[in-house]
Design a binder for this molecule. Sequence first.
Ligand code: CTP
Length: 387
Amino acid sequence: MARILLGVTGGIAAYKACTLTRLLVRAGHDVLPVLTAGAERFVAAETFHALARKSPQGPYPHLERADLLVVAPLTANTLARLAHGLADDVLTEAALAHDGPLLVAPAMNVRMWQHPATQANVALLRERGVEILGPAEGELAEGESGAGRMVEPEEIVARVAEIVGAAAPPGPLAGRSLLVSAGGTREPLDAVRYVGNRSSGRMGVALAEEARARGADVTLLAANLAVPAPAGVTVVETPTAADLEREALARGGSDVIVMAAAVADYTPSQPVRGKRPKDAEPWTVALEPTADVLAALGSARRPGQVLVGFAAEGGENGLDRAKAKRVAKKADLVVYNDVSRGDIGFDADENEVVVVSQTGERSVPKAPKREIAAAILDEVERLLSKT
Ligand code: CTP
């Protein structure tokens, strides 16, 4: 977890800084938002304090120690003020008082960005080691297009994780990349409604945390987590099955992949645009099958990779079905849990599982999810040591 001072300046992209705050908090960081007067014309300071779970600061936020100062969005004006060391508001005072890394995400009109004055200021900042993310190309608020858009909050969060996460601690998984999915996907019915499931993401988050503690370089595919993501892992939001499929396949080369997420098996064929108004008619929804991510990863697997799935089963023959799933999806391990029991599994703090491998089964008695995660990763390490 890092302490991050988040400067927000006055541009239309200030609304994206709300998402950025939420994601940084979710990634386990302590975020202190500092808004310029310009930013407050677009978004209220209260919004940021609520998202950062902070009460409004005292008179000296600029003297707070921070591991990292992020300014997003960064206007041409504040970029110039930072370049020249002005200290005429709380944010620029904070920037001068800060002696750690500075990461900025400029957002402005393309012509302002390209202006020699701005480019000279950018060069000054770069010379001083300031890291500048973007701006991205695309449609700009005024209807023009070109370089000027703030990069997406996810990209900033990923870079923050690299800067403050530093190197993973030493451990048996040091040097290994581990991809873990967690949570439950939500498939849109319309702009506000969805088909979802009860998965909280606790099991996947516990796996990510344990893997990180063992030194792995962890990426967490987060599908609507009800719990915060652990510190030191890269979080990629994957709210729907399609998002999860795309992001998982893009990282299909990871040394270890654990599919702990409850991925929707079906998605509405034709989600309604906007919010469907209520009327007296029944609403019939056709659902179509989604891609099986684990099976796709299994088919594309490379030698030496370890692939782990979960099998949410219930009742008699549950274990047999879990074993069949391991073979069908070409996974090395399948973690079987009995979802018919209310005290474990879905949305619970504890779990009790059977880890099924090609050579046998290992029962892990009821325990907190972090201990279950440790038992699963012991099996993963055993398989890795054979390759
Ligand atoms: N899974 C997946 N993609 C899907 C559905 C499931 O990758 N579209 C993964 C889950 O993350 C889990 C494993 O497949 O690791 C098994 O999930 P489970 O829901 O138990 O099984 P299903 O294959 O969906 O089969 P069923 O629902 O019929 O039991």
